[in-house]
Write a protein that binds this ligand. Structure first.
Ligand SMILES: [Zn+2]
Ligand SMILES: [Zn+2]
Length: 267
């Protein structure tokens, strides 16, 4: 089996028909890692993809990145109780887990009394700290400039970066340097009428600038606030970046090549 990064959903904000909000499945020879679990993600995951999940990452507590954690918890707990999955996120996600559980827990069913706490084994990751899943896949993180505690992710073994949500900063430029695949948010086509610094998002020009500085071979643009902006944003990105740029869509799979020395054992 090849290693790929599959786009499950890539919408900012709400899901649309057959178009979930943020959800990216890192499919590896040693299992799947679900990065983000926004609304609509669970319905777009194939059963066998769920069965192979070995870890879940939620980069921040905005609804479009974690709302389906409750749906996934129900999927893992009912009617058959599956094993708890490791869940990684910034420390502030713990409060979201607790509020979610107190709101949606079902006291009469032991497995569903606290769905998230039962379905997931949460490890808080302070932005800037690394973490490893199943002792095989290691990620570095970086605090992004976003209204809530958020981290960007960089896979050591596959050399890809996911920016999550955040404004374009010098620190993010350095974090993305020399990555092979760059999965970058491009929430808005331009700056018109938006306070991007306060709101913590990127435009098409920011995304192109980040891709160019990083020297990435493949840019995947995601998290558009309005799908109608896709063509316009990609025109700007291709003109300013000049490299290989793809607009994310559900079902897109990007091949990932493990770094030579960290090549995993074949199954
Ligand atoms: Zn978002
Ligand atoms: Zn956000």
């Amino acid at each position: 089996m090849n290693n790929t990064l599959k786009i499950i959903g890539c919408r900012a904000g709400s899901p649309l028909h057959a178009a979930p909000a943020s959800g990216y499945l890192l499919k590896t020879t040693k299992g799947n890692i679900l990065i983000e679990c926004g609304p609509g993600v669970v319905v777009n995951l194939e059963n066998e993809e769920v069965e192979k999940v070995i870890g879940v990452v939620a980069t921040h507590r905005h609804a479009d990145h974690c709302l389906d954690l409750m749906a996934l918890a129900y999927r893992l707990l009912f009617p058959v109780l599956l094993r708890p999955l490791p869940l990684y996120g910034p420390p502030s996600l713990r409060e979201t887990i607790s509020l979610y559980d107190s709101t949606f827990g079902i006291p009469s069913l032991p497995a569903l009394k606290k769905p998230l706490s039962t379905a997931f084994d949460f490890t808080p990751v302070p932005p800037g700290a690394p973490f490893a899943i199943a002792e095989s896949w290691t990620f570095d993180t970086l605090a992004t400039k976003h209204p809530v505690e958020t981290f960007a992710l960089r896979s050591r073994e596959f050399n890809f970066v996911y920016t999550s949500d955040g404004a374009c900063t010098d620190e993010l430029h350095v974090f993305c340097k020399n990555c092979g695949v760059l999965l970058s948010e491009v929430t808005y086509p331009d700056e018109e009428g938006r306070d991007l610094n306060e709101h913590g998002h990127m435009t098409a020009a920011h995304c192109a600038d980040l891709a160019k500085f990083s020297g990435t071979s493949t840019l995947v643009a995601t998290h558009l606030s309005d799908p109608a902006d896709g063509e316009r944003s990609m025109r700007t990105i291709r003109r300013l970046f000049g490299g290989d740029a793809i607009l994310a869509y559900p079902g897109l799979e990007i091949p990932l090549v493990p770094r030579e020395k960290e090549l995993p054992e074949p199954l």
